[in-house]
Design a protein around this ligand. Structure first.
Ligand SMILES: [Zn+2]
Length: 63
């Protein structure tokens, strides 16, 4: 079973969930965001970035 990844829109901020096998994304750049290359926001068509695996605690909440 493929992992589900949570992705967030940089434009409108909604979260969307995609199968990891459907996603193509960059290595983390400045700020640590992994930008999705092949899919876009279903609401506004904006740039998505990967938040993490669905259900995981967001990394920015740790520590
Ligand atoms: Zn959007």
């Amino acid at each position: 079973m493929a992992d589900t990844m949570e992705c967030m829109c940089q434009e409108c901020g909604i979260s969307s969930y995609f199968q990891v096998t459907d996603l193509s994304y960059d290595e983390p750049g400045p700020g640590g965001r992994r930008l999705v290359q092949n899919l876009f926001c279903p609401q506004c068509g904006g740039q998505l970035f990967v938040v993490g695996r669905a259900g995981d605690e967001p990394t920015y909440r740790t520590g």
